[in-house]
Design a protein around this ligand. Structure first.
Ligand code: C2E
Ligand code: CA
Ligand code: CA
Length: 548
């Protein structure tokens, strides 16, 4: 994993106390608080000798009395300094150039230079580079440990593997959609071992199937627990290409899912091509059968590794995960933005739902939200967490969405505005896929912002953070009926007056009366045409104080 800002140690060496103060303040504002400074080279070297580890970054003034910068650099090379270096220069461009040559000749990592007077923004740019360098030159540490098949088998048998879960959320509504399941190995001696270390070793053996099954069943058991706490979310599980060579996988997965009271649609399978496909026909066959069983399929890490365009043509993927190298800092770096736009438009042309990975900072979040991306995942939303942390996190997420991430359209219902110039926000609650699509398409055509929920429970969850102007609600849904949802909403202050149009398939007299008694605004029979739908929504808006 890369550096964390608050843990990056920085040493500034400059005889000018004003510059030192300025650096310290600018760094602090940028979140770098481990800062030390020294007014001359000798003293700085002494400081380094006493510290337990060398600084990650040295900011060095070239012209100092006693030991100048060039000499200081020489000393650094003698000490085999492996961190990064920023040079500060005054007026003397030549001194700077010869110092740079020296640095490069000795293989020191030169991050860049700052010209006096120092501009904090330029410093900030260099630090962005630093954080990037820290992830890119990341170890695969010298001598990455390999584990034998026998040891891995033992780990699986003894339950040393654990799952962590990272949320995926809807960029428009903030709704929590699912958790990607990531494997970790709690090694008794080596500590926490990451999947990048042990998955490749497993891929070469039949154990990769054991891993997939182990991870899936553990996640399903966890999700069953969350359900007890009234949190219904889907899962996303990672599969290697190697898993897809196994013909039995679709049946085993389906059985595991059904046995625990879930459906295949609740478990997205994320597929990465970490190495060239060895048996494309079999892989295609397995994927097709998974698709027929209605497991959603996501293409993972497209554009990195071996994943290639051919996959998209042949395999019915529903979702497309944009690798974090195309997302993170896309607001800032032209190359990243170009890759982001290209892959995004490719995925959209193929009608796939696009998930942006690596949303690490607020800037990334705003960047992807302003794009046609659908969903997001990354440290800004949450780092992977343990199963036991999930329910509490979900609550805090909904609060955060309301308070901080999407306040304008979600404030008090009376003051709310639909995003992006839409006429109003309409929530469509409908368990029938076709109906839901048709209704939301019509609404979007008509200039509304349409948000959908596939059942009553999902609707209630969405409504923790969403304040639609109108709700279109199917009456007949499994588990929680439309009537039940309506009754619950009317019991809350936030939704006492939100217009709810009940949609029903059969002409059941009692149902109409029950719904009206429960506070429905109107009632609409299926099938209905576009005109009726639009008229109902317009009427609902007209009779309520919540319209714009
Ligand atoms: P992936 O499927 O691309 O998973 C996302 C990785 O990105 C995870 O690393 C996650 O912790 C990390 N990540 C998420 N958000 C951010 C962010 O904002 N910034 C940064 N820098 N990183 C972020 P992790 O857990 O180390 O997993 C690495 C890879 O190992 C996964 O990449 C996946 O391909 C593989 N993997 C994990 N679990 C399994 C598994 O059960 N089976 C298989 N076959 N592969 C797995
Ligand atoms: Ca993945
Ligand atoms: Ca990925």
């Amino acid at each position: 994993m890369g550096l964390v800002k608050s843990e990056v140690s920085i040493l500034a060496v400059d005889d000018d106390t004003f510059i030192i103060k300025l650096l310290q303040q600018a760094l602090k504002r940028l979140g770098f608080s481990r800062f030390a400074a020294s007014g001359d080279g000798e003293q700085a070297l002494a400081l380094m000798a006493r510290a337990s580890s060398a600084p990650d970054l040295i900011i060095l003034d070239l012209s100092m009395p006693r030991m100048d910068g060039v000499e200081f650099i020489r000393k650094l090379t003698e000490q085999d300094y492996r961190g990064q270096l920023i040079l500060i220069s005054g007026v003397d461009e030549r001194a700077l150039r010869s110092a740079e040559k020296l640095v490069l000749a000795h293989g020191l990592n030169l991050l860049g230079r700052l010209q006096k007077p120092i501009v904090p923004k330029e410093l900030a740019l260099l630090l962005v580079k630093l954080m990037k360098a820290s992830t890119e030159f990341q170890p695969r540490p010298a001598g990455i440990k390999r584990y034998s098949g026998a040891r891995l088998e033992q780990a699986l048998a003894q339950g040393e593997l654990v799952n962590v879960y990272q949320p995926i959320v809807d960029l428009r509504t903030g709704a929590l959609l699912k958790f990607e399941v990531l494997a970790r190995w709690q090694h008794p001696e080596d500590g926490l071992v990451m999947p990048d270390t042990f998955v490749p070793d497993l891929e070469d053996s039949y154990l990769i199937d054991a891993l997939a099954y182990d991870v899936l069943t553990r996640a399903l058991d966890a999700a069953a627990q969350w359900r007890e706490a009234d949190l219904r979310v889907a899962l996303a599980v990672n599969l290697s290409m190697q898993n897809l060579v196994t013909i039995e996988l679709p049946d085993r997965f389906e059985q595991a899912v059904l046995e625990r009271g879930f459906l295949p649609k609740d478990v997205t399978l994320e597929v990465t091509e970490t190495r060239p496909m060895t048996e494309p026909a079999r892989v295609l066959d397995t994927l097709t059968r998974l698709r027929l069983k209605r497991f959603p399929l996501a293409i993972d890490d497209f554009g990195t590794g071996h994943a290639s365009l051919a996959q998209l043509r042949d395999i019915p993927f529903d979702q497309f995960k944009l690798d974090r190298s195309f997302v993170h800092r896309g607001w800032f770096e032209r190359d990243v933005k170009a890759m982001f736009d290209t892959s995004l438009s490719l995925a959209k042309q193929m009608d796939m739902v696009v998930v942006a990975e690596g949303v690490e900072h607020r800037e990334d979040w705003d960047f992807v939200r302003a794009s046609p991306c659908d969903w997001a995942q990354g440290y800004f939303i949450a780092k992977p967490m343990l199963a036991e942390e999930v329910v509490a996190w979900a609550d805090s997420w909904h609060q955060r969405v309301r308070r901080e991430l999407m306040p304008p359209e979600l404030e008090s219902p009376g003051a709310s505005k639909a995003p992006g110039g839409a006429k109003a926000t309409v929530l469509v609650v409908e368990d029938n896929d076709f109906q839901r699509k048709v209704q939301s398409r019509i609404l979007r055509d008509e200039g509304y912002h349409a948000v959908t929920a596939g059942n009553g429970r999902e609707a209630l969850q969405l409504l923790r953070s969403l304040r639609p102007h109108v709700i279109l609600m199917d009456l007949d849904m499994p588990e929680v009926s439309g009537l039940e949802v309506l009754r619950r909403l009317r019991g809350t202050s936030a939704f006492r007056h939100t217009p709810v149009v009940i949609v029903s398939g059969a002409n059941v007299k009692n149902a109409v009366e029950d719904c009206m008694a429960a506070g429905a605004s109107s009632f609409m029979l299926k099938p209905f045409d576009r005109k009726t739908l639009v008229a109902r929504v317009e009427k609902a808006l007209a009779t309520t104080p919540t319209k714009n």
